[in-house]
Design a protein around this ligand. Structure first.
Ligand SMILES: [Zn+2]
Length: 100
């Protein structure tokens, strides 16, 4: 009988994706930060290409990073922040403290 090797181990011999979901997710941040070695980067990229779940996770993370980067660039100037805080405290004075 042919030994159909049961997929009990994580080792993938050649075919299929050499990188599993666990590793892909585990190293997703490093991967997006380009902090993984080229070889691992390729393996993770290959996994993301075939795994919808991890692909979505990577896409969502990229999207979040994009938003953060954009909001950092468009951060309100200190002057505006001070004015907002000032008007907020004025409002508080106007309406007075909630009757206790
Ligand atoms: Zn996956």
């Amino acid at each position: 009988m042919t030994a159909w090797k049961a997929s009990s181990g994580d080792e993938d011999c050649g075919t299929g994706s050499p990188c599993g979901c666990e590793e892909a997710i585990d190293r997703l941040f490093e991967y997006l930060d380009a902090e993984v070695p080229d070889a691992d980067c390729l393996r993770i990229a290959a996994h993301l290409a075939v795994c919808a779940g991890c692909h979505d996770a990577a896409g969502a993370e990229k999207h979040v990073r994009e938003l953060i980067r954009r909001s950092c660039v468009e951060a309100a100037p200190e002057e505006l922040r001070v004015r907002v805080v000032a008007s907020l405290s004025m409002l508080r004075v106007d309406s007075g403290p909630a009757t206790a």
